[in-house]
Ligand binder design. Sequence first.
Ligand code: MSP
Length: 643
Amino acid sequence: MSKGTFYITTPIYYPSDKLHIGHAYCTVATDTIARYKRMCGYDVMFLTGTDEHGQKIEEKAKAKGVTPQQFVDEIVEGKGGILDLWKLMNISNDRFIRTTDNYHVEAIQKIFKQMFDNGDIYKGSYKGKYCTPCESFWTESQLNNGKCPDCGRDVHDAEEEAYFFRLSKYADRVQALLETPGFLEPASRVNEMINNFIKPGLEDLCVSRTTFKWGIPVTFDPGHVVYVWVDALSNYITALGYDNDKYNDFDKYWPADVHMVGKEIVRFHSIIWPAMLMSLGLPMPKKVYGHGWLLIDGGKMSKSKGNMVDPVLLAERYGVDSLRYFLMREFPLGSDGSFTNEALINRINSDLANDFGNLVSRTVAMVIKYFDGTLPAERVYEPVDDELINMAKGLRNIYEADMDGFMSQAAVLDVFKVISRANKYIDETAPWILAKDEANKARLATVMYNLLEAIRITVTLLQPFMPESCEKAFAQIGATENDKLWDNAAIFGVLPANLTVSRGDTLFPRIDLEKELAALDAMSTPPAQPEAPEDSTVTIDEFAKVQMTVCKVLECENVKKSEKLLRFKLNDGSAAPRQIFSGIAKYYKPEELVGKTVVACTNLPPRKMMGEESNGMLLSAEKDGKLNLLILDDAISAGATLC
Ligand code: MSP
C-alpha cells in the first residue's frame, strides 16, 4: 500500500559546460531523499533535467561552429554527457526533461498566452544600458566601472519593446507564502528573501527578449522569445503533463513536495515561480529547500580558476557510493561546505573502510570461521547485549526524523553511532575467546546474530546513500528481500536464527592518502585561458603588473610519478628559496640546470602541484616543439627584476 505521492525535483541544469561536483551534490542529495521516500512506501516522482535555452548557449554554440541544438545535444546526450553522469552516479530519477523537448516548448507557449490573456503579461518597454557588440542589456548595478561587464566596452542608454509579468501584483501573497512555516527552508533564507526583494518593492519582471533567437518564440509576437526563467521554472509542471499530452500525471503529483535548489536560485523558486503559479491559478509547491554550496579554497568553482572538481574522475577512482556517501556525510545540506580531496579520502578511510566495511567483513569472517557460515539456532542472552539491541531497534525513528527534516548528515551520523557501537560490542564480547571453548557455542552464536542484526538495520537505512554497496553487504549477511524492508528496520530479530552468510569482496578498500593526493594534483586541469578578446593588446599598465624576477637555480630534480615535471628551488633574491614546478623534464637533465640563471614570473597565485605549492612560472621559449628555458647571462644577479 502506497503512503501517498511524493514529488521532488532538482534544478534543471544549464548544459553550457560539463557539470561539476556542485551539480552532482544537489542531484545526489535529491536522489537520497527520493530513495528514502520510496523505501518508506511513497509513490515517488523524481524529476531532473536540463535548461537548454538562452543567449549563453547560443553564443557558445556559435563559437564552436554548431547549432545550439547540436551543442546541447552533445552535452546532454553525448558520450560522458549529463545523462551518462547521472547513470554513473546511480541517480534514480523517474523522468528527465529537456526544455527543448517539443511538448515542453508547446506547453510554454500556452502558459505564456494564458498569463497574457488573464492580464498578467503586458507589453511595455525595457530600458537599460546596452552593449552593441555583445547585444546585451545591463542594469546600472551590473556594469563594471560603467562599462560592459562582459567585454569592457562602452554601453549606451537603450530601450526595447518587451513583455512584462505583473510580479508586483503578487507581492503580498508571495510574502504571506514566504512567511508560511515550512515553505522555504532552511528558515534563515526567509528573511533574506523578504528583506532583499519584497520590502524594497517587487518590480514587474521582463519576460521576453528580442536580442537573441535561441528560446521559445512567443506565439502571438514571434520576434520575442520567452525569458529563460519562465521557460525553465515551468518545467516542474510541463514534465507532469500540464498543457501537453506527453504526460498525464499532473493531478496525481502536483503540488510538488519539494523543489531542491541551490541557494543562489532560491529567489526564482520562492518568489517568481509562486507568482507565476498564482497567475495560472495553480496550487503552490509545498516546499523550496535552498541548499548550500560546495566551495573550493573558500570560493566558488570556476573554469577560469581551474578548480572545477570532476565527479566522474572521483567516482571512477573511489567508487560511486563512496563519493555519494562523502557528499551527504561531510556537508550539512543547508550550509556551505569546503570540498577537499583530502577530506574525501579521509572520510572514505575512516568511516567506510574502517568502521562500516570492517564491521561487515569481520562479522562475516567470524561466522564463517566459527560456524562454517551457518549459525546454530540456540541463543544465550547476556546484559551486555542490551545497549546494542536497543540502539539498533531505536535507530529507525531517529533516522526518520532526521531525513524528514532534510538533515541527511545527521541521519548518517546516527547510523554510524550504531555501527561504532557494534564494533565496540565485538571488543566487549571478544568472540575469539568465546570460540576457544565448545561450551560457549550458543553464546558465540548470539553475539554473531546480534552483530548481523545491527548490520541489517544499519545497511537498510544506508540504502538511499549507497545503494550498490548496501546490496553487496546484504548479500554477505544472507539477507532476503524481506529482511531489507523499511518496516523491518525498527524490529530486532528479523534475520532467521540459523542464517547463512557468504564472504564477498572488500566493500571499501583503504586508500593511500599521500599517493592519491599527489595523483589527483597531477591530474588537476590548469586554469582555462580567458578567451582572447578581439583586441589582444595589453596596456603598459597591465604589462607592468607582471613581475618577472631573475633567479638562480639552487636545486633541480625530477618529480616522482611525473614524466613532465622538474622541481626547482630558486634563489629569487629573498631569504627563502622559492619552489617552482616546471613541465620541462623532457628537455633537460636536472643537473644541467643547477647554477643557471633563469627568469620566473613571480606574482602568479600559488598553485598546488603534486601535493605541493608551486610559486610562479619559469619563462621558456618554444621552437620546433621543444621548450627552451630562458637562461640568462650569469652577470645578472638573482633578484633583479626584468623591466
Ligand atoms: N538552469 C538554472 C536552474 C533552473 S531551475 C528551474 C541553473 N542551472 S545551473 O546549471 O547553474 O545549476 C545550478 C544548480 O546547481 C544550483 O542551484 C545548485 O543546486 C547546483 N550547484 C552548482 N554549483 C554548485 C556548488 N558549487 N555547490 C553546490 N551546488 C551547486 O541555475
